[in-house]
Write a protein of this length. Structure first.
Length: 87
C-alpha cells in the first residue's frame, strides 16, 4: 500500500465518522467540538475487522501510512462539517 491509498482510505473513514456519527447540539455548533467528536468516532472504528490499519501494520512503511491515513481522516471529517453547515 502507498501513502496516497492510505490517505484516500482515511478520507472515507473520516467522512463516514462525520456523516454517520450521533453528535450533540454543541458538537454540531462548533467546528472544534465536531472535529474532536469525529476523531473519537473514527478511533472507535479502528477496532472493526476490515479496517485498513490492519494492513498498514504489515507494511515496512507502516508509520507513514498511518500518518497519511490520519491526515485523510481529518480531511474527510472537515468535508462532512462543511456539508452539515450547508443544510
Amino acid at each position: 500500500m502507498n501513502k496516497k491509498d492510505a490517505y484516500r482510505a482515511g478520507v472515507d473513514y473520516g467522512y463516514e465518522a462525520g456523516t454517520q456519527g450521533d453528535f450533540s447540539k454543541e458538537e454540531l455548533s462548533s467546528k472544534d467540538a465536531f472535529m474532536g467528536a469525529s476523531w473519537e468516532i473514527a478511533q472507535g472504528m479502528r477496532q472493526y475487522a476490515g479496517h485498513p490499519g490492519y494492513d498498514f501494520n504489515l507494511e515496512p512503511n507502516a508509520e507513514s501510512l498511518w500518518d497519511a491515513f490520519e491526515q485523510g481522516e481529518m480531511a474527510g471529517a472537515r468535508q462532512a462539517w462543511r456539508e452539515r453547515q450547508r443544510r
